[in-house]
Design a protein around this ligand. Sequence first.
Ligand code: MRU
Length: 331
Amino acid sequence: MPVRALWWEDGRLAFLDQRALPGRVRIVRTRHARTVASAIRTLAVRGAPTIGVAGAYGMVLAQREGRLGAKAAARLLGSTRPTAHDLFVGIATVQRAWESGDDPLAAANAYRDTVVEECHRIGEAGARLFRGSPKVLTHCNAGALATVEWGTALAPIRVAARRGAKPFVWVDETRPLLQGSRLTAWELEQEKIPYVVIADNAAGHFMSRGEVDAVIVGADRIARNGDFANKVGTYEKAVLAREHRIPFYVAAPWSTFDPQARTGASIPVEERDEEEVLRAGGTRVTPRKSRARNPAFDVTPSRFVTAFITPGGVIKPRAVAAALRRRAGRT
Ligand code: MRU
């Protein structure tokens, strides 16, 4: 069975509780928008495209519960996490249907289908970059768990492997919440794609020894000039890749591109609870009085990006603004 992060089932949103993985496959089913909001905030549901789809279904549940109006429901779901642009696209898509008397569930289903289809197209567009036996490094989790199905960064690797390539993946563990070692490793295992987990600090070591052929990551928000936010630690991987002349790819559906953000300076970066850093695997690892800072994302300047892998093909950072203008012209 391919991994699916969430689905609609008998009037409820069902989702994998990603906090329990890889130890336990725990499925939560809910009829409540508040439960969806809390799942997004606590990272039970996570990854930019997945939280966009969860936000869309959260709006459907809010409309059916009848306690909140469309604007209040959008505020509830939109206040959970600030960085992923997809969340706001998913919510706004269903809000429009709700306010204009259309069927919110039909709008949420169509939004989900678009995200899944775009991720599939990312896989098809990017697979040619991973022919042969490439050693590819990825950060965080940008697989099916983060995108409902397929993935963004993992989609081209998956498609390349299905076409006979033999990719190998370096999986950054991704402190503090270990999306790499818990989730990316779990997904690659399901797909039987070989990988090893490395401490986040080890990427430079393997790059300097010629053991990384390419880096590929997802994104939470991409500005018009190609600056982009992704899981904290992405920026330093991009700088290291440039130093070692390793191609650095960013894969994302259109919902991640923010036409309102001129540069990375206007991307809001979520700062999470310091407890996530003060603990490792649930255990306090610092002296009692230690404090911590915990930015969940960082912003990588577009000059470090070799290309974006989009549903419309592989494009250079300088082509992002024109691609967004073309898309705006079509809608
Ligand atoms: O805090 P998370 O786990 O939601 O962060 C997720 C990431 O940074 C992913 O790389 C990003 O959302 C791209 S997902 C296709």
